[in-house]
Ligand binder design. Sequence first.
Ligand code: KIV
Length: 264
Amino acid sequence: MRKKETITSLKAAKGERKLVMLTAYDALFASLFRESADMLLVGDSLNMSFLGEPDTLSATLDQMIYHTRAVCNGAPESFVVCDMPFGTTNTPGQALENAVKVFQQTRADAIKIEGGQERSALIEHLTDNAIAVMGHVGLMPQSVRSEGGYKVQGRDEKSFQKTLDDAVAVEEAGAFALVVEGVVPDLAAKITETVSIPVIGIGAGRQTDGQVLVWSDMLGLFEAFTPKFVKKYMNGAEAIKEAVAQYAQEVRNGAFPGEEHCYK
Ligand code: KIV
């Protein structure tokens, strides 16, 4: 069994070993991922791939708490991060109240908050109150409606500098690690060399301190669309459809259950 990561071991990993983060939404899959991943993220992406909503904005705190409890149950020795959903961290007071709920109702080790400079006072308030915070800058899915789409950051000088400043502000506010999503690789590299906390990339190139992927994407289960940055490590959708089709066929033709599946 692998040793549980801590804030200290994760911070110490910077420059020493690449960090592996994977999303997880339930106990069953978390128990399958725990051996290989350093951190499990209960991402609000579950609202899309699990609930079938078109974006993450309608995810609720109760929903995140429910799934985080499941992940903690399935992988008790994993470092688990709970994503704070849209609208639950608008003010320092609201953010602390909701983060405390997450810590009291689950065994999550940390929360994740999307946002940069505009969130730094709020992140500081949380870290001052014993809440471990992972930041998230660059492309922020919770801003999809206000931004008018999912926009890769860092292609122009203004967004390059803004995202870099966001990353620095989040570190200064006390975050222990940072997700950088949907940015050009040069920007991710610049952030990684500038901040002293581990930078976990998604759609951010190769020069970060670690990577995160959404589990249903990397297992080839989510068929609606495949972002450029996703590598499918298996064709899960095909494998599952084939297995279910075989089960259906065997029920219909009487091949299942066989003798070996019947009680004596
Ligand atoms: O919600 C999520 O799964 C995330 C990852 C994409 C980083 O925030």
